[in-house]
Design a protein around this ligand. Structure first.
Ligand SMILES: [Cu+2]
Length: 62
């Protein structure tokens, strides 16, 4: 699944986002593209749960 996260702007953000997703699913694959502010997540968890975890970490998805 893919998310656009406008608040994401640097490596620290990318790291925080990766951690937030992995807190939900330690086996998740997270690919961050800072330039396009997109994050691709591979996890069996549902989109709603991942979006909620990201919002809680301070990175609401668009
Ligand atoms: Cu940042």
């Amino acid at each position: 699944m893919e998310f656009t996260i406008p608040a994401m702007s640097c490596g620290h953000c990318a790291n925080a986002i990766t951690k937030a997703v992995k807190a939900l699913d330690p086996a998740a694959q997270v690919n961050v593209d800072l330039a396009s502010k997109k994050v691709v997540v591979q996890t069996p968890r549902d989109r709603q749960a991942v979006a909620a975890a990201l919002a809680q970490a301070g990175y609401p998805v668009q």
